[in-house]
Design a protein around this ligand. Structure first.
Ligand code: 4AD
Ligand code: MG
Length: 462
């Protein structure tokens, strides 16, 4: 007999149905009259199923080892439940104990564990309520991402993970090499990348944007959804060294079109998750952040504010708020500034645009004022920047001048400038950090709990 998911049983099974379930035991209670109640969770949904095992059920002789964390499967009959809070329960006809979990050493006992501790046992945390819920939300969000773009005729492009160009120009790349660094350190002082695997310096990508642009300038609307890597040494609750990014790229889109798409995209994913993961979202709202559902409804129900960077600086400077970092035109906004704007001032998501060119990458389109570029950042409550994007510079001469200004050699980006040399097109795109989206949706404090296996400075276990 094939196992049925608990999610399906709880939703559709009728008294009298005989089903097989399998999963990991959350708790067991024994009654004096030689029968036991077992709470079984199989990850298919937040709820566990209650199983009643009678003393004469085949397999009952192992019941003492059916402890928290052990793995069992049960064939049983569905009956209406006498207990509170559940529609049905399962009366076992056969119990098989697959794997015991010694109560003295199993790290996940039935008490609340801190998220810090759970990160140290990332191989077992998928068995907790919180990580089960995060995983299902992440899954539903990923499906919603594809679904949003597929419905709009965007092509899904798999961009390379190993690259020789630094899209963001921030020098935060992890090198990829087959050179014997230890040997080289002993005998020479300089690395010769011509001897390296790719014949030049290569690294893990920080963004799939440049390659997405290639496809957009020929195939129309495209998007990427893949892992990106940044060696930023920032130990914050919103930075990872490895994170997933969704990067749509659209020909014939100008900045306002880009903003509208970003807004629609965020709304779509949130609505889908609220719809598909109602039980998990109820849990987040009760146990993780009591304002999360309200925050999300506020996002789905209201237009995002659009505000030039220059006006945001003005608001911040006149706010009378004490910030750790001063606000000055020409400097990047810190997350405390972004959060002030979206949480306190507007109490809504805000799209800031037209940033100073000196703090933004080479590919953004220059405005006529000579000072700003057509950049946009989408800011949301609690998380701050969730999307960064721009209209791209489609004029070859302006692009080449900008590259030089950014200390980049246009010759090294010959394929990128070719897109402007042959059939150039106004176009735009953005990047959404998937883990920041999960942080927003779940209300989790730390981004390290929004990805299965976080990579951060000094930590890449599992
Ligand atoms: O603003 P960023 O650096 O923009 C780009 O990479 C562009 N190439 C995107 C584009 O236009 N196609 O990064 C985009 C988003 C940020 O808004 C943030 O949500 C997320 O990626 N992000 C990170 N998430 C987790 N950890 C990090 N270290 C992140 N750095 C950026
Ligand atoms: Mg950014």
């Amino acid at each position: 007999m094939v196992r049925t998911h608990v999610a399906k049983i709880l939703k559709t099974a009728q008294p009298g149905d005989v089903v097989k379930v399998g999963g990991w035991v959350r708790t067991r209670r024994d009654s004096k009259q030689s029968f036991s109640f077992v709470e079984l969770n199989d990850g298919s949904c937040f709820s566990s199923i209650q199983i009643v095992v009678d003393g004469d059920t085949p397999g009952y002789d192992t019941i003492k080892d059916v402890t928290t964390g052990s793995c069992i499967s049960v064939v049983g009959e569905v009956k209406e439940s006498q207990g509170q809070g559940q529609r049905i329960e399962l009366h076992a006809q056969e119990l098989v104990l697959h794997g015991t979990a010694d109560g003295d050493s199993y790290p996940l006992q039935k008490k609340r564990h801190s998220f810090e501790f759970l990160r140290e046992i990332a191989h077992l945390r998928p068995r907790t309520n919180t990580f089960g819920a995060i995983t299902r939300v992440r899954n539903a969000a990923a499906a919603a991402v594809h679904n949003f773009f597929q419905d709009r005729g965007f092509h899904y492009i798999q961009t390379p993970i190993i690259t020789t160009s630094d899209c963001e120009g921030a020098g935060q790349m992890f090198s990829v090499t087959t050179l014997n660094l230890e040997r080289i350190a002993e005998v020479q002082t300089k690395l010769d990348y011509s001897q390296d695997f790719f014949g030049k310096r290569a690294a893990l990508t920080v963004s799939g944007q440049l390659e997405a642009e290639i496809f957009a300038c020929g195939l129309g609307e495209c998007y990427t959804f893949g892992p990106t890597f940044r060696a930023e040494n920032s130990n914050t609750t919103s930075h990872l060294a490895e994170f997933w990014m969704i990067e749509p790229e659209m020909p014939f889109y100008e900045l306002p079109d880009n903003m509208a798409l970003a807004e629609e995209f965020i709304r779509h994913v949130i609505s889908r998750v609220l719809d598909r993961c109602a039980e998990d979202m109820e849990f987040f709202n009760q146990r993780i952040d009591k304002t999360v559902l309200e925050t999300l409804r506020n996002i789905t129900d209201n237009e995002f504010i659009r505000l030039p960077y220059t006006e945001a600086v003005d608001i911040l400077q006149k706010s009378g708020q004490k910030f750790e970092y001063p606000v000055e035109w020409g400097h990047d906004l810190q997350s405390e500034h972004e959060r002030f704007l979206t949480e306190q001032h507007f109490k809504q998501p805000v799209i800031l645009f037209d940033y100073p060119r000196t703090i933004k990458p080479f590919y953004m389109r220059c405005n006529d004022d000579g000072k700003t570029v057509r950049a946009m950042d989408v800011l949301v409550p609690r998380v701050g920047e969730i999307i960064g994007g721009s209209q791209r510079e489609e004029r070859l001469d302006v692009l080449e001048a900008r590259m030089k200004e950014c200390d980049l050699d246009p010759a090294e980006y010959w394929w990128y400038t070719d897109l402007r040399r042959y059939g150039t097109v106004p176009h735009s795109g953005f990047g959404l950090g998937f883990e920041r989206l999960i942080q927003l949706v779940t209300g989790m404090q730390n981004i390290r709990d929004c990805i299965p296996f976080p990579r951060v400075p000094k930590s890449a276990d599992f």
